[in-house]
Design a protein around this ligand. Sequence first.
Ligand SMILES: Cc1cc2nc3c(=O)[nH]c(=O)nc-3n(C[C@H](O)[C@H](O)[C@H](O)COP(=O)(O)O)c2cc1C
Length: 365
Amino acid sequence: MPSTLFSPIRLGSVELDNRIVIAPMCQYSAVDGCATDWHLAHLGMLANSGASLVIVEATHVERHGRITHGCMGLYSDESEAALKRVIDFCRRTGTAKLGIQLAHAGRKASAQRPWEGGGPLKPSQNPWETIAPSALPFGPAWHTPRAMLADDFERVRGAFAAATQRAVRIGFDAIELHMAHGYLAHSFMSPIANQRTDEYGGSMENRMRFPREIAKAVRQVVPRTIALGARITGTDWIDDGFTPADAVFCANALKAAGFDYVDVSSGGISSEARHPTTPGYNVQIAEQVRATGISTRVVGLIVTAQQAEAIVADGKADMVALARAALDHPHWGWHAARELGADVKRPNQYLRAAPALWPGAAVAR
Ligand SMILES: Cc1cc2nc3c(=O)[nH]c(=O)nc-3n(C[C@H](O)[C@H](O)[C@H](O)COP(=O)(O)O)c2cc1C
């Protein structure tokens, strides 16, 4: 039977060769939001992983929306030019289509790089004021954010639209909004972080209002030739938090806003929350989200080719995204293709590694 994982899929007007996507992964290696040589190496590598689409890490729409001092941004001409250099390079050297995740870190901003502790920046580390729906910190010892005011709503909406226009100019095939992992958009949707009493808090309809406004502002500036999606959260994994039913609500809202796809992740709303560590821990939620009719990708401990194939062949999701497995094994897609009897695009320079390594194949010199 032909592999479903290696069958094409269309997101809006963008056709992908297969259902494997490299998930966005912060590298904490940017300088004032600008991509560096590290990004050439990292994204250049993943552009030849066999995945049909590589999503560039969380790229923040304003300087104070970055998680760390090393996070990527798309808020200046310099950051746009630096990222364009990397994306042009990946186009010349890689086989994958390229997408970008646009984000605002909200109350999880002003943090240390993971290898520097991953906690909130100390007074000596040039911290900054964070914003959130309510003045509630992410966890003990974290910065207490300022509850957003009318000006903040307007500025952040505008920043998302402006960063999106920069991403369009750079030439991405897909643009996706970060609405998960406890960052700003998710923090509005979750009752754990959002305790507002105005029209932006309370019911799911109200909690969805600001993410929906961002989605609308972005939709208006993304041409239909580019796929538009969002990474959403499936659950907070906390009692009285965001639920899979809320995820379905969110997916329906994005579908109505004209989004082409969602990616289902979970967790990250509070320092107390822990998500499961079982294989494919978001798959059941993705299946519920997919029932809305929007193209659905799922992420979270998808590691083997057979597991990925089963997820899409059984209709649990339309696509899978991999993060850590792809760092560990950057040609993951090539090996999955071999295991599933499918083929995958490889750069000309590496063609001899493919069939020649099949057992019994002759090696031409
Ligand atoms: C190094 C690293 C950086 C990450 N950065 C991001 C990010 O920028 N945006 C995001 O939505 N998720 C980020 N994640 C989460 C992954 O995209 C993914 O959802 C998570 O690791 C689970 O998938 P996995 O089990 O395949 O690793 C990151 C994960 C890793 C390991």
